[in-house]
Design a binder for this molecule. Structure first.
Ligand code: SF4
Length: 697
């Protein structure tokens, strides 16, 4: 008999609800969940093809040590022994975890607890560092907490939606469908798309601004200047609820028109058209994603956007506010448990001694990390330098996805002991592991994820565990037990972990922190099984909150928001030898390094091979013909791609997808071209502005 299970799509941060149907013969099909508030039954091409990706081809089915099959006991004993020895001989900062926005919240919670509270290091970072850490840093600077103020419904209620650094049509397709439907129903709604490329998202735009790479800070400073000059500020809100406005405005006023045009690459009529729309429209939502975050000025870009919403008081009200779109299915859950090297847990601050003491007491932990750990790029550099003696990577493939990808591979070869937990044993990363641990995948694992609008949903198991695969949380708890911390890691189910996570969120909180799901701290496994999607907060007294900050109450000690005085400078990356700018990103039908979407022939037929978009004039100047092979080189490496000559691409720039790896096509790892330049506040790598050259291959 067929069985239907309500669960959540494991791809983008939209977090769509899915109904998975398993037939008696084992076949799986999916449809959108009409009751899920993220998608109301819609799915995109990736979500619709989930049933085609659950076969057992290429699955890692049992632990391996040194490439040979091993028992769980032997593998876990070895992991615990090597971590114990590394810590004893070199200290807690000589070990590290590198986890993933694919991890469920319960996996993330247990990993973070073990590293920060029991090993005593903050060396746990995540591929979410590449996704939204600039937004986290920007939120914390402006709001005093990592709070997403609004909801998806705001995109439908707005009269102007600004999409900057976001190819929503391909990267958050169901959210794009919702926006397109809202605009079709209310044609007076305006959409502005700010992106160097004319992407599919621009098809619904009233205005497309082909901005110069990293010109965003200047653009939003120009907007702030325009708002001030045209009496479009909410001076009552600024005076009552914020600090730092005059310093921020001074930066904006220092920018003259010529600099604005030079830094943004836009004409005066283009910027004026945008500024007038923003100034004249009360209900504005500004969505931003990796084009903003993945920059050496990513945090400043975020704050330049937040400044404009604070200056107009357009925040936390229906149809108004800044909106960070997270790339991954559980980047938000990772933030909530503190699974980043510079965060603690439950939105508490690693740098705050009272928060550290609070978390240590709650966990009854022997130690607590007291300084930030290594962020992703620095973590692998430290491993390459021999400073990391034991490294555990979960649910991610950094040899393909991280900048300096060749250095990452070298780091894994240099590190004396590397553990990889994954569904596949044949990824570029897994091939470098000393110990491989088979992990559960989508449809097999049980837990929760949080989407971009703070909505927590269940991912439910509806397939049996293949071979000897186990949940990530179980693997971590077993190692914790072997390290002598079994009492603090007694979990028998993800429901128990979620209840502890919820209790920590409410512990000595009393409104001091935004993240509070205390209502779930005393609910049992039956409630967890029956959980329907909900937005946090959901406090012990039952209160909840769809939007934040309309009341002007922020999380800095004085309750006020902060303007951040950001500087508009744009670093010119191009040189005479490398005269083009490479912008990397997703395509519509593949996810990250394709370990799952690559299984679907339907998804692979959309775009079958790695390519690079190039403007016709650049192609002509370089002698590159459409559909010919092209070599793209940076000082770090080379890839071979198929040329796609198109005027949608800005002149002087290339776009190439991030997905392909050496298993699908030789020399196609874009990460091998990208240097490890990072934002100074967030540590997020700059993957959108890379100096390269191109030539026929
Ligand atoms: Fe999955 Fe994102 Fe598509 Fe929704 S929009 S079905 S979450 S990939």
């Amino acid at each position: 008999m067929a069985v239907e299970t309500k669960t959540t799509c494991p791809y983008c941060g939209t977090g769509c609800g899915v109904i998975a149907r398993r037939e008696a013969d084992g076949r799986v099909s999916v449809k959108g969940d009409p009751d899920h508030p993220a998608n109301f039954g819609r799915l995109c091409s990736k979500g619709s093809a989930l049933g085609e990706t659950v076969d057992l081809d290429d699955r890692l089915l049992h632990p391996e040590i040194g490439g040979r099959r091993a028992s769980w006991d032997d593998a876990l004993d070895l992991v615990a022994d090597r971590f114990r020895t590394a810590i004893a001989e070199h200290g807690p900062d000589a070990v590290a975890f590198y986890v993933s926005g694919q991890c469920l919240t319960e996996d993330y919670y247990v990993a973070n607890k073990l590293m920060k509270g029991f090993i005593g290091s903050a060396n746990i970072d995540t591929n979410s560092r590449l996704c939204m850490s600039s937004s986290v840093a920007g939120h914390r600077r402006a709001f005093g907490a990592d709070t997403v103020p609004g909801t998806y419904e705001d995109l439908e209620l707005a009269d102007l939606v600004v999409l900057t650094g976001s190819n929503l049509a391909w990267c958050h397709p169901v959210l794009f469908q919702r926006l397109a439907a809202a605009k079709a129903a209310r044609p007076e709604m305006k959409v502005v798309v700010i992106d160097p490329r004319r992407t599919m998202t621009a098809e619904i735009a009233d205005l497309h601004l082909s901005i110069r790479a990293d010109g965003d800070v200047a653009l939003f400073l120009g907007l702030l200047r325009h708002l001030a000059a045209h009496d479009a500020l909410d001076r009552t809100y600024i005076a009552a609820h914020t600090r730092g406005f005059h310093a921020a405005l001074a930066e904006a006023l220092a920018l003259d028109d010529a600099e604005l045009q030079a830094l943004t690459g836009l004409t005066a009529s283009e910027t004026d058209a945008f500024f007038r729309l923003f100034a004249d429209t009360e209900k504005v939502v500004t969505c931003y994603s990796q084009g903003v975050n993945q920059s050496s000025a990513g945090t400043d870009k975020v704050n330049a956007i937040l400044n404009c919403h604070l200056a107009t008081g357009r925040i936390g009200r229906p149809g108004m506010g800044p909106f960070s779109l997270t790339g991954q299915p559980n980047a938000m859950g990772g933030r909530e448990v503190g699974g980043l090297a510079n965060m603690l847990a439950a939105h508490m601050a690693l740098e705050n001694p009272e928060d550290r003491d609070r978390v240590q007491r709650f966990w009854k932990a022997p130690v607590i990390a007291d300084h930030a750990g290594l962020k992703a790029v620095d973590l692998f550099r430290a491993a390459a330098d021999g400073k990391i003696k034991a490294l555990w990577i979960m649910a991610t493939n950094p040899v393909v996805s991280l900048p300096e990808a060749d250095l990452v591979r070298q780091a894994l070869r240099t590190c004396p002991f590397t553990v990889v937990s994954d569904m596949s044993g044949s990824t570029d990363t897994a091939r470098e592991a000393d110990v491989l641990l088979p992990a559960l995948g989508w449809g097999e694992k049980d837990g929760t994820v949080t989407n971009s609008e703070r909505r927590i949903s269940r991912q439910r198991a509806f397939l049996p565990a293949p071979g000897e695969a186990q949940a990530d949380w179980w693997q971590i708890a077993e190692v914790a037990r072997r390290l002598g911390y079994g009492e603090a890691f007694p979990y028998q189910s993800p429901a128990e972990i979620f209840a502890e996570h919820a209790a920590l969120s409410a512990f000595e909180n009393e409104g001091a922190r935004d993240f509070d799901i205390g209502a779930w701290s005393r609910r049992g496994g039956d409630d967890y099984q029956a959980m329907t999607p909900f937005q946090w907060p959901q406090r012990q007294d039952g209160s909840t909150q769809a939007r934040f900050f309309a009341d002007g109450r922020f999380y800095h000690a004085d309750g006020k928001a902060r303007f951040v005085a950001v500087s508009p400078s744009v670093v010119e990356r191009r040189t005479a030898d490398f005269p083009l700018i490479l912008n990397s990103g997703r395509i519509r039908d593949h996810w990250h390094t394709m370990t799952r979407t690559g299984k679907s022939a339907r998804l692979s037929s959309h775009i079958a091979e790695p390519f690079c978009e190039i403007h016709p004039r650049d192609a002509a100047a370089l002698g590159i013909e459409d559909a010919a092979l092209v070599a793209v080189e940076s000082p770090l490496g080379r890839v071979i791609l198929r040329a796609l000559v198109t005027p949608r691409q800005a002149e002087g720039a290339l776009f190439a997808p991030m997905h392909w790896n050496d298993g699908f096509a030789a020399e196609a790892r874009i990460g091998a071209l990208i240097p490890g330049l990072t934002d100074p506040h967030s540590g997020q790598p700059a993957s959108k502005n890379v100096a390269v050259r191109a030539r026929p291959f």
